[in-house]
Design a protein. Sequence first.
Length: 120
Amino acid sequence: MWDRKSLTLRKYSQFSAIILVAVAFISSGKEAAALTADEVLNRMTPEQSATYVNGIIEGLATARWLQDRPNAEGMNCIYDWYYQQPNSAVWNRIIEWFERHPEQQAGALMAVLIKPECGE
């Protein structure tokens, strides 16, 4: 009997915690938004821009692996494209692309830039 009450109490406390977290994210979500290319280029330092774009690449590569798993070919293509040497050629393409579309979200622009090289 005690185990049943304990299990029920745990279930409701976990449910309450989930609701609390969801409400916190929803209420703070109004301030969070994906950054535009203009914000990445003009409001960030070069180090911050590189870190932000690295995060986009990691997200795209991971999403590609989850879509194609266990085949890692698409994920590796994204990594190979981004981390190719010399890396300055890739950065010049990214900057040029961002400058052409300053109002668009940086993540969407990166997906469009990578698609011809690595597919969907």
